[in-house]
Design a protein around this ligand. Structure first.
Ligand SMILES: Cc1ncc(C[n+]2csc(CCOP(=O)(O)OP(=O)(O)O)c2C)c(N)n1
Length: 271
């Protein structure tokens, strides 16, 4: 155990502490889960590149002792594409909020999935735009109050995993911050996958989603909301479309091998 903690400590960029996450935010948990996954896989952070756009989640790579790109909202995947074209052997991991990945970055998401770009994209879905104050996001559940939808969101939400699946992603899973061991396993599988892997983690944002949508800034209230509305893929199979509305389906949706995007006109074609 202490060995593992030491290994995790090695990976933290101490010069950037204290971190800026709110008390009870799920992003700190995801940072911890990621470091455990790296440790358990025996991967070397020094040999990787971690990318974040802009947002609370996008700050995660800032705290990692590795080569990092941070700073343009929604454009993590074009950066990743550039790195993979130049150095395809380097593992690239992206940390993106749901807004970053599916709103401003939605177009990049579908094409990276379609091309099977060999990167791991960890999407922390806190159901709102957190960093800018709790605005409605494409993932905000219908009828929920946010800072910009005081009478409730009038739009149906996006299912990020479904979008990635429809676009051709070869590894897609969803977990929640309250499921520690499962989430570590999901990150490990995403990192080991060759091709485009999307690991969505439903997460609490007590400061904004909690306060606006759930009427409470207590992290446990936000976590309970996520847990109460989560169902496994097996459970979902026996539910109707109506019963599934507003639910987070948890599990691994696909894990398959396909030729990987490897340059301007070259695919690594499997014989
Ligand atoms: C091009 C551009 N558009 C908008 C913004 C403002 N902006 C910064 S963070 C953010 C939303 C962040 O939400 P999300 O990506 O879901 O991440 P979270 O903070 O919830 O983790 C927005 C709209 C920006 N910095 N750059």
């Amino acid at each position: 155990m202490s060995q593992m903690i030491n290994a995790q400590r090695r990976h933290i960029r101490y010069g950037k502490l204290p971190h800026f996450f709110c008390p009870g935010c799920g992003d700190g948990q995801v940072l911890n889960f990621f470091l455990r996954a790296i440790d358990e896989l025996g991967m070397n952070l020094e040999d990787m590149v971690a990318i974040g756009g802009v947002g609370c989640t996008a700050r995660i790579p800032v705290y990692l002792n590795t080569d990092t790109l941070h700073g343009v909202h929604g454009r993590t995947l074009p950066w990743a594409m550039g790195i993979k074209l130049h150095k395809p052997e380097i593992p690239v991991v992206i940390f993106a909020g749901d807004g970053d990945a599916a709103s401003i970055g939605g177009n990049h998401l579908i094409h990276a999935a379609r091309r099977n770009l060999d990167v791991t994209m960890i999407v922390v879905n806190n159901l709102n735009f957190a960093m800018t104050g709790g605005q409605v996001a494409p993932t905000t559940p219908a009828k929920f109050v946010t800072m910009t939808t005081p009478y409730g969101s009038g739009e149906p939400p996006f299912d990020i995993c479904e979008v990635a699946l429809a676009a051709g992603a070869t590894h897609v899973s969803r977990s929640t911050t309250s499921r520690g061991p499962q989430t570590i396993k999901a990150i490990k599988k995403g990192l080991q996958h060759r091709g485009f892997s999307l690991v969505e983690i439903i997460s609490q944002c007590p400061t904004h989603f909690g306060r606006y949508a759930l009427g409470s800034g207590k992290p446990e209230v936000n976590i309970e909301f996520i847990d109460d509305n989560s169902v496994t893929i097996a459970e979902a199979k026996n539910m109707t479309k109506d019963e599934l509305r507003g639910k987070f389906v948890i599990g691994e949706f696909i894990d398959e091998q396909k030729p990987v995007f490897a340059g301007s006109s070259v695919y690594e074609v499997e014989e």
